[in-house]
Design a protein around this ligand. Structure first.
Ligand code: PMP
Length: 491
């Protein structure tokens, strides 16, 4: 278990230890009933006082995440998170003493789909994707070009695909060239390549709060010092960003400016330009993560930050998972100059190139009119689902609950009364076979626990209706219970 202690952080060391162990538990990196290092061992390992560790363990124990057994040690108790209570044998796990560099991995937890109504990870309903067509393309390609399986492709990515992506991006008013495109295994790999190339322990990375959990996990894994900037309806708040730059020297800003994950906010052009100005004057890199700017419901979103960038500060990531075929694991990264060359070298170190089969398979679709027709249909289908969720929320959600209306993307971000912890509320929803993403997963540092993200893109309309209505009813019951408890305590 790797606990990263940042001594110059505003967050106390006790809290860092507490949050780190909590992240490990939430990521399923620590199994139920696993023995934690003793207070003495952990304080020695981290170079902190015994009292600091004791306080962190005490807080975790008070909240029901761990349990201390006199004479035996301290153990993970998942009863709080998973509502299971097994009386098992406590055993010391020697594997825990193997040092790792993986502080958290929330993805694994929300990517499995055991529940019936899956509103947690933002994936597209397979019924809305052109699977049949891609399947035919793969058969056709294999019969015409069987060697595709017996050769390496170019590390940078298949040239024809890079050319196809240049034309695709051109339609989105983003001019680039095949030489500046790197094909990645999804944009998740793009984030990872950037982090492993440019982020070392202590380097400062600025992220929105809340933000995409998969990016937090990668930067945390590199030992970055993550500073956060709050988001409003126009995305990352530039006034707060400027304050951070007055005090620190960030190396990277990670942002999802269009249909921000999880809030759905769209950053206007003015803010995009302001962030670029800050990056330019401080020689900072900007990662523009763009998984779904094509999925707009009202008006086309503003031009990408990359298209406004004249000096090579922006590394642009376009994933194809949200619009075409998550199973193909294809995304692209667009950058320039020596930044690009170093990322290409990182890609070589990582996997020597993405699979040729899936790269070749999507080219005919992307280059034909089918792609644009498909995107149009996708927008229409997802707008219907978004409107359905908004209508149910308006009708059934308690008045204490608020939300942001997304003009595109796949998610709706809900804010609940501050006393509702959505990690715990998730357990209630799971009893009804429903999942959502609890807000805590989306905060890199100080967590806010009273938000949740509903993805409306994966389940069909009937399940969506059932799932969102049930969530509203569960929330209403929780609020009614609290109100009656509060009023009875006055007597
Ligand atoms: N960035 C954002 C903002 C995302 O939401 C996701 C997927 N949920 C990714 C990156 C990773 O997507 P992929 O690797 O499938 O392209």
């Amino acid at each position: 278990m790797h606990i990263e202690i940042q001594r110059n952080s505003d967050v106390s060391i006790t809290k860092q230890i507490y949050l780190s162990i909590l992240d490990h538990i939430r990521s399923d990196l620590l199994e139920e009933e696993l023995q934690l290092p003793s207070v003495r061992e952990l304080s020695k390992q981290l170079g902190v006082s015994l009292v600091t560790v004791v306080k962190a363990y005490q807080k975790l124990e008070q909240e029901g995440f761990i349990t201390s057994v006199q004479g035996k040690g301290t153990f993970i108790r998942k009863t709080k998170m998973e509502e299971t209570s097994k009386e098992g044998t406590h055993s010391y796990d020697w594997q825990l003493s193997v040092q790792d560099y993986l502080p958290r991995s929330q993805f694994a937890r929300f990517h499995q789909v055991p529940e019936k109504i899956h509103l947690s990870s933002s994936m597209i309903d397979p019924g809305l994707l052109p699977n049949r067509y891609l399947e035919q393309e793969i058969h056709k390609m294999l019969s015409e070009n069987p060697k595709v399986l017996s050769q390496y492709g170019e590390i940078q990515g298949d040239k024809a695909l890079r050319q196809a992506m240049v034309e695709y991006l051109q339609r989105m008013d983003l001019p680039t060239s095949p030489d500046n495109i790197l094909v990645t295994s999804g944009s998740q790999q793009g984030i990872d390549l950037i982090a492993r190339t440019f982020v070392g322990p202590g380097d400062v990375v600025v992220m929105e709060a809340p933000t995409y959990p998969g990016a937090i996990d990668v930067f945390r894994g590199r030992g970055a010092t993550i500073l956060t900037v709050a988001v409003d309806s126009d995305g990352m708040r530039v006034d707060l960003l400027q304050n951070l730059f007055d005090k620190y020297s960030p190396k990277i800003i990670y942002t999802v400016p269009t249909f921000h994950n999880p809030t759905g906010a769209i950053m206007p052009t003015k803010r995009r330009r302001q962030i670029l100005e800050i990056a330019k004057s401080t020689q900072c890199l900007v990662i523009e993560d763009d998984p779904c700017s094509e999925i707009y419901f009202e008006r086309k979103p503003p031009a990408s930050m990359k298209s406004l960038d004249k000096d090579g500060h922006v590394i642009y990531l376009k994933g194809l998972s949200k619009i075409l075929a998550p199973g193909c694991r294809i995304g692209i990264l667009a950058a320039s100059g020596s930044i690009f060359r170093r990322l290409l070298a990182a890609k070589a170190n990582t996997d020597l190139g993405s699979p040729l089969l899936t790269q070749k398979a999507i080219i005919p679709f992307i280059t034909s009119k089918r792609m644009m027709d498909h995107l149009k249909k996708l927008r229409t289908a997802l707008k219907i689902r978004r409107d359905l969720v908004l209508a149910i929320l308006t009708l059934h959600s308690p008045e204490e609950v608020s939300w942001f209306i997304p003009e595109g993307g796949l998610n709706i971000w809900l804010t609940l009364p501050s006393w509702i912890n959505t990690d715990h509320f998730l357990m209630e929803a799971k009893k009804e076979q429903i999942t959502f993403l609890p807000g805590s997963a989306c905060y890199p540092t100080e967590q806010e626990n009273h938000h949740l993200r509903l993805s409306f893109s994966y389940v069909n309309e009937q399940q969506l209706r059932q799932g969102v209505t049930t969530i509203c009813n569960l929330l209403q019951s929780a609020i009614d219970l609290k109100t009656s408890q509060d009023s009875s305590s006055h007597f």
